[in-house]
Design a protein around this ligand. Structure first.
Ligand SMILES: NC(=O)c1ccc[n+]([C@@H]2O[C@H](COP(=O)([O-])OP(=O)(O)OC[C@H]3O[C@@H](n4cnc5c(N)ncnc54)[C@H](O)[C@@H]3O)[C@@H](O)[C@H]2O)c1
Length: 258
């Protein structure tokens, strides 16, 4: 199989990464899907054309796993056009609780260092090719704070500015880098909120478009940013969040008209 374009997607075992990997493969890309375990990537074997996928099991915090994933793109499909650095974790612990700082280190390692390694490895091959697109997953939680979520908030704020700074360095090589920032989205990361329907409803009441995001909403933004239609966009982060980040939160939203 020799697809015309090739994408690498981390965190492809679930949620936004899985939907994005599927969308890119369904639209003609060869996809290198990365996640922690082979089991989490087994879904690729049941896809209409499994030859569109190569899977790599391992952690994005490892330089050798990132190198292996980029090499797999080149060896299996001939090149790497798009790297979607999407793997991320939550898990902040309350201030002064045992393990709070260990949790911070774990979160920064995956959400920030993992993304930086991914940029480093993708840029190495994209420089040789004369260009490419790198798309880390950010978050509305990188703009402001969430109660009890300080470590995650700090990590996602770091990614938004990492994207800006990397765009300055990589632009001269024809490499664009943009963030995609979800708001509340129904994925493995947020599934536990299904047991808290009141909280989930309260969150919807803060979203102007009146619903949670779906993984495919985000996949469409990645697809757009990877395309030539976005050829003059770099260093930016696109918020795909139903408008929640537009809300200063001072007043209740108007009653829904439908
Ligand atoms: N769901 C939301 O509401 C939401 C909101 C804002 C941002 N995000 C961000 O979206 C991204 C995707 O999350 P999701 O919501 O799809 O969650 P998810 O838990 O459904 O998927 C995340 C995937 O990343 C994988 N992963 C975790 N650590 C990894 C590591 N070290 N190496 C490789 N893979 C790893 C997990 O195994 C999982 O398959 C994350 O960066 C997350 O922070 C999600």
């Amino acid at each position: 199989m020799n697809p015309s374009e090739v994408a690498l997607v981390t965190g492809a075992g679930s949620g936004i990464g899985k939907a994005t990997a599927k969308m890119f493969a369904d639209r003609g890309y060869g996809v290198v899907a990365v996640d922690l375990t082979p089991e989490s990537l087994a879904w690729t074997a049941g896809e209409p054309d499994p030859s569109r996928y190569v899977t790599i099991a391992g952690s994005v915090t490892s330089e050798s796993v990132n190198k292996e994933a980029v090499a797999a793109a080149v060896e299996s499909f001939g090149r790497l056009d798009v790297s979607i650095l999407n793997a991320g974790i939550t898990g902040s612990r309350p201030w002064n609780e045992d393990g709070a700082i260990d949790a911070l280190r774990r979160i920064l390692d995956v959400n920030v260092v993992g993304v930086a390694i991914g940029i480093n490895e993708a840029a190495a091959v994209m420089k040789k090719q004369g260009g490419g697109v790198i798309l880390p997953t950010c978050s509305t939680s990188g703009l402001r704070g969430d109660p009890g979520s300080w470590a995650y908030n700090a990590s996602k704020a770091a990614v938004i500015n990492l994207v800006r700074a990397a765009a300055l360095d990589l632009g001269p090589f024809g490499i664009r880098i943009n963030g995609v920032a979800p708001g509340p989205t129904e994925t493995g990361l947020t599934v536990r909120l299904n047991e808290m329907p009141e909280l989930k409803r309260a969150m919807v009441n803060r979203i102007p478009l009146g619903r949670w995001g779906q993984p495919e909403d985000l996949a469409e933004v990645f697809y757009f940013l990877a395309s030539p239609a976005a050829s003059f966009i770099t260093g930016d982060t696109i918020f795909c969040d139903g408008g929640i980040s537009a809300n200063a939160g001072h007043f209740a939203l108007p009653e829904r008209s439908r």
